[in-house]
Design a protein around this ligand. Sequence first.
Ligand code: B12
Ligand code: SF4
Length: 467
Amino acid sequence: MADLLLTHGYFLYEDPKEMQIMKPYAPLGILYLCSHLRQNGFDVDVFDTTFSSRTALFHHLQSETPGVLGIYANLMTRANAVEIMGVARQAGWRVIVGGPEPGAYAQEYLEAGAEFVVFGEGEATMQELLTALREHPDALAWRSKIAGVAYLDDSGRFHQNPPRGQIADLDAQPWPARHAIDLHRYVDTWREHHGQGSVNFITARGCPYKCRWCSHQVYGQTHRRRNPIKVVDELEWLLTEYTPDIAWVSDDVFTINHQWIRQYAAEMHRRGLHIPFECISRADRLNEEMLDLLAELGCFRIWIGSESGSQRLLDSMDRGVKVEQVQRAVAMSRARNIQSGMFLMWGYEGEEMQDIEATIDHVRKAQPDIFFTTVSYPIKGTPYYSEIQSKLVQLKPWGQSSDREIKIQGRHSRDYYAHADKLLRAEVQLARLAQSNSNDPSDLHQLKMQIATARQGLAATATEVEA
Ligand code: B12
Ligand code: SF4
């Protein structure tokens, strides 16, 4: 029996939408935990659920000698994590949960079966927890002394210990334990469905910006970067070990530190390394020089969080970005053959019809290569959540739902936003058609019809609000 079994509740083959997308990435959080703990003398196994099944995981939990199980949970995987906890507890496992969601719902996770909820970075806390569990598995007087955990005491009372400081030197940490999972399968899955195999890695932890809807549960408002030379070492190893065709830099904002990007690019150049990659950034952290460097490094797509085309709304989100900066960033990317992707949000607090029009106008003008829209949802622990908390109605029991299935009283109906979405898509398409000088009258007619229908839909549902 290992000292710890790590898992996560993401089952790719159970998710029809994800199966269409088929772009799986390795669960870096638990792989970082695994390498750290192994380096410190613990025997750690990983049960990677991505390509596996609930049945196989449950069978494993029920047939192996029970020990300590660590589960990663995020907003999307809560229900699975809760179910895994139940099965594990029943089979005699001691359960610890961590990741971006459990800290925001510590009491709920504990009441659902976790013995400890770990807040923030898990490496040092898990090391201490495992040591204490090994030395004193039953006499739990040490519980109150471990920083960064919450637990229920013997009478069921909730306790949360003071937070733990963050890892001071990320470069002293081992790379994620990619050998603990079948990473080749991730690369092969990508290659099979998209013609190119992909791998992910991170160059930093945390984001100092304050967008009100964004979760800072794990890293707070801090930002720590790895030494660029060490990142290139890891990437060079990844290229040799897994021969990917492309990569995904899983950072919150890759181009936050321009000096860092210069050093990274210089080291990649010095070693003659080149890999096409995509990453996320912010419009205000992109300029001509950065985009030149990104293009030289092989960036083929950059995700520029945009959220809204209404400056008033962007300001109310504390986004810290101007609409014009986003327009410019998309144009500068296009000039270098870097595709741009935008995330957009409908229904943020205070959004009116003129804000929706501003968003449509913005995307129509900017013409990003891809854009995704979401009807905004409040993640527990964020300022946005606190701001609208009194209007939130849980639609399903906590353990079977997510923060995406919360109703916001007084907000427009889902139908309203569906019409807004159709209008956006048709308007952007119409602008594309005009730019391409195509004058196929049937396309034009169809798009104009779609626009008229969406506008009618918006008008018809404008007074419908969630009760
Ligand atoms: C890259 C990324 C993605 C990629 C995933 C691809 C990939 N794997 O690289 C894509 C774009 C697909 C994605 C999608 C989504 N994402 Co995302 N994503 C991220 C991002 C930027 C990096 C993840 C990462 O690699 N982190 C680095 C590792 C080292 O950190 P970590 O996972 O947190 O692990 C540490 C701790 O959490 C802890 N820990 C982790 N596991 C465990 C387990 C135990 C037992 C313990 C004790 C501790 C512990 O220790 C680890 C090491 O210190 C994070 C933000 C962030 N910076 O973390 C958001 C983030 C995780 N995503 C988020 C969201 C909301 C989503 C989506 C729902 C968005 C959407 N609307 O569709 C989807 C959901 C996808 C899904 N099915 O799960 C939120 C989650 C919020 C929440 N409360 O759960 C985050 C935090 C962004 C944010 N700031 O709001 N995402
Ligand atoms: S949305 Fe992006 S820029 Fe804003 S706080 Fe979150 S990670 Fe940082």
